[in-house]
Design a protein around this ligand. Sequence first.
Ligand code: TYM
Length: 333
Amino acid sequence: MKRILSGIQPTGSLNIGTYLGSVKNFVKLQDDMPDYEFFIFIADLHAITVPKDRQKLRGLIKELAALYVACGLDPNRVNLFIQSEVPAHAQMAYLLQCNSYIGELERMTQFKDKAQKQQTNGVTVGLFTYPTLMAADILLYDAEFVPVGHDQKQHLELTRDIAERVNNKYNDIFTVPKPLIAKKGARIKSLKNPNKKMSKSDDNIKSRINLLDDENVIKARIRSAVTDSIGIVQYDEENQPGLANLMTIYSVITNKSFDEIEMLYKDKGYKEFKEDLGEIVYQELKPIQERYNELINSKELNDILDQGQEKAFKVSMKKLRKLKHRIGLGRNR
Ligand code: TYM
């Protein structure tokens, strides 16, 4: 069975960057690629590579699970599970660490950025080996495609290198995965600084819109998003990067092209464009929030996660056993 897999870290409330760059894509793919089996998970082991408060982490895991389903993931199509409930991930990560090199992990730009932010707390070994855990997540399931935003491209390239290395050494164990990066929406920017990505961990809360924000907050964040003094609604990433980001959000949600949006606002200013976009984002998030409220404390959500865990456990254990055997670990049984 051909497979598609992806994950999100429960490090903060889900924002529209992650939603438009990844979740919306999974929802589309589950319908567009009927021959594929889907594994989507909550990457909680990744979240503890930097310090986390226990209560907060547990809340965010559940919130993310409910949001995945509220955003339209169909539990009959997708195996939805929590990474730490499937032990093969951490075990496979160790086996892959023994087939990875310090030099290649040191080159990861996300490690360099995050390590810099952790100077005062100390940089954990887990933060350093993070990409090998991500490789384990993917390779355990023989995922052919991995839908991600642009910032995960380098981790995917490393995963491919590790897969090829292990395949050469232990005789074709893994499918070598390919990233699936959306043409539009794979790099949603901060509303306050269009040179940075919109991020769950940005200290400036006004830089993002979370999926659970209420109407006033959504509209105020769009209204106060950084633009420029040119004043013409046109897509020019170089000279109008803030506006280009807002137009991208508009385009991904409405499916309108940049040309169509330019035509719509030909004789109008940023104010009107932003008012409309605030309403568009709010209308997109409203049904998600309603479904989320039904799901968050439901048995239904727990059942979905149990079912996903069971399936992920079976598939991943099989692959783990196979590699352990090929390496020569344990007894020959
Ligand atoms: P994470 O949790 O940072 O982000 C989850 C997904 O959302 C995408 N994304 C964005 N896309 C567009 N614009 C943005 N501003 C934006 N911010 C985030 C990310 O590219 C990602 O696809 N290491 C991963 C989680 C992970 C994973 C995996 C993904 C762990 N194991 C295996 C795929 C396969 C991460 O930290 O994503």
